[in-house]
Design a protein around this ligand. Structure first.
Ligand code: ZN
Length: 253
């Protein structure tokens, strides 16, 4: 299944989705069914927000960016008990109790967190009315009946909030596995923000081999330069995530 996260409309670049699809195809990564665009599921997001509100799990937050900058850590719940002000723009926050959330990450092992004290009341709909990532992804995974989530270690800290939202919405929780992210020698995750080069779709077989090597899968030398589908087939048959046990990152040479 392929999902395009396009809710953050001010940041969407026209044509970016087509480039992503082409890139995936060049790496031999195909998907079933139609591409799922988050933007076509606004009704679902809004009805989940309404349900959370009806059960008194949310409250409007009127804080300005400047006010929030005085609390760089956990939001101290300033607006929790304010009366509703219809004429004021506001974000929606989820009330987070001091509840322990525990799960067993398939690679990182047992994780035990307290959503209230570690993350605090977090935003589920931004002031500009855009549905926040934490809520959208929970609804998306439920809609697409996702039962295994494999993603970068940088999202491990989002998981307990997502599990809490799944509890509130009565959804089943998927299994999670957080794999290391690739970092440069300064320890920065490779991304546009840190000026990393984009993936080269022109050399998919070379990149795939390099990735398997980085992920400590020990691809055999004779696999180097093989067609993409052969490399992927080898990877499926030999995938051994345990060699990455409890690692948060791998460094690109
Ligand atoms: Zn507030």
């Amino acid at each position: 299944m392929l999902r395009i996260d396009d809710l953050d409309t001010p940041r969407n670049q026209p044509g970016a989705d087509t480039a992503i699809l082409k890139c995936l195809e060049s790496f031999g990564l195909h998907w079933d069914g139609q591409v799922d665009y988050q933007s076509s599921h606004q009704d679902q997001y809004q009805s989940a927000i309404a349900a959370l509100g009806l059960n008194n799990h949310t409250y409007p937050c009127y804080c300005s960016r400047k006010q929030l900058s005085e609390y760089p850590g956990i939001y101290p719940g300033l607006c929790r008990n304010l009366a509703f002000q219809a004429d004021q723009q506001h974000a929606l926050r989820l009330k987070t109790p001091h509840t322990v959330i525990a799960f067993n990450d398939r690679l990182q092992g047992p994780v035990i967190e307290n959503v209230g004290s570690q993350y605090g009341d977090f935003v589920i709909r931004r002031k500009d009315a855009i549905v926040a990532y934490q809520l959208a992804v929970v609804i998306d995974d439920h809609r697409q009946q996702v039962n295994h989530v494999v993603r970068g270690f940088d999202l491990l800290e989002s998981t307990s909030r997502q599990l809490y939202l799944q509890q509130l919405l009565g959804y089943q929780s998927p299994d999670y596995m957080h794999i290391p992210v690739i970092v440069d020698h300064q320890g920065h995750k490779l991304s546009k923000q840190t000026g990393a080069q984009a993936v080269a779709p022109s050399q998919p077989s070379r990149v795939l081999f390099q990735l398997l090597d980085l992920l400590k899968q020990h691809p055999p030398a004779e696999l180097r330069g093989s067609p993409v589908n052969e490399i992927l087939q080898w990877a499926i048959e030999h995938w051994q995530p345990n060699s990455l046990y409890q690692q948060s990152s791998v460094t690109l040479d």
